[in-house]
Design a protein around this ligand. Structure first.
Ligand code: BTN
Length: 269
């Protein structure tokens, strides 16, 4: 790692249930800020909303990063968006290093973000982020955050239920990447993005970059809200990482990631 702290304390496993779960165990034993767990395969990889995350061997990146922030836990959900910026920066950096003749083509296939935490290339999901908060019993101010990242790197067959929306970096760009180099590059980018986040305790210094990559920006979206679905036009995030959605009457509502998910009006994007 070419970092000060992110991923310096690195635990690699060939096969474990879930990097998030293994890292939670290490955190209980006192693992330090920036500890990284990487696996080649997961037997019980977890996605958001109780879903599973396909984790075959030899193809993809599965890692989890431990953070023990000094700021209050209510800010922790923003770390998902910080990681989304870091992953897009890392992918862009390493694609650029490997593109060769394909460099012009890569200009057209920049990684984009589907709020809050999916990374896409050419409209296909290539990465998901699962952030989990662990609050110490008896002391709500003592907590850690585990940010888990799964990236589809090599060409592969996806299960039928996600085949239409999932893709891999190799298949979508024709560029073959080193998983090790990409993980290293994301850790460097994360360290920089985390420092920008810490400077103001919010996303004000990353917001323009995030919004510049937002796939749904200024398009019609459907917000799936437990209190009732609605449609509007996504206008980007605010400094708290909430999505601003303009309603048909011209008013703007903020949408919080923990409560809702967002779709394009004709499908996933
Ligand atoms: C999503 O639903 O989009 C989030 C997927 C997160 C998957 C990663 S793979 C590494 C880490 N360990 C897990 O069990 N899940 C996350």
């Amino acid at each position: 790692m070419q970092t000060k702290w992110a991923g310096k304390n690195l635990h690699y496993y060939e096969c474990i249930e879930s990097t998030n779960t293994t890292l939670a165990g290490l955190a209980m034993q006192g693992a330090c800020h920036g500890t990284l767990v990487v696996a080649d395969r997961q037997t019980a990889g977890r996605g958001r909303r109780g879903r599973s995350w396909e984790s075959p061997a030899g193809k993809n990146i599965y890692f989890s990063l431990l953070l023990t922030p000094a700021f209050t836990p209510d800010k922790a959900s923003m770390l998902t968006l910080v990681m989304a910026c870091a992953v897009t920066r890392g992918i862009e950096q390493v694609l650029g290093e490997n593109a060769g003749m394909a460099a012009d083509f890569l200009e057209l296939s920049k990684p984009q973000i589907k709020w809050p935490n999916d990374i896409l290339l050419n409209q296909k999901k290539i990465c998901g982020i699962l952030t989990e908060l662990h609050i110490s019993p008896g002391n709500a101010d003592e907590y850690s955050v585990i940010v888990g990242v799964g990236i589809n790197v090599k060409a592969q067959e996806f299960p039928e239920d996600i085949a239409g929306k999932a893709g891999s970096i190799e298949e979508l760009t024709g560029v073959s990447l080193s998983r090790k180099r990409l993980t290293q590059s994301i850790m460097s980018a994360f360290e920089t993005c985390y420092e920008l986040f810490e400077a103001d305790g919010d996303l004000s210094l990353l917001m323009d970059e995030y919004n510049g990559r937002l796939i749904n920006k200024d398009s019609q979206v459907k917000v799936l809200d437990p209190k009732g679905d609605f449609t509007g036009v996504a206008r980007g995030i605010n400094a708290a990482g909430e999505l601003l959605v303009e309603l048909p009457d011209g008013s703007v509502t903020t949408v919080y990631a923990g409560e809702v998910s967002v779709r394009g009006t004709c499908g996933y994007v």
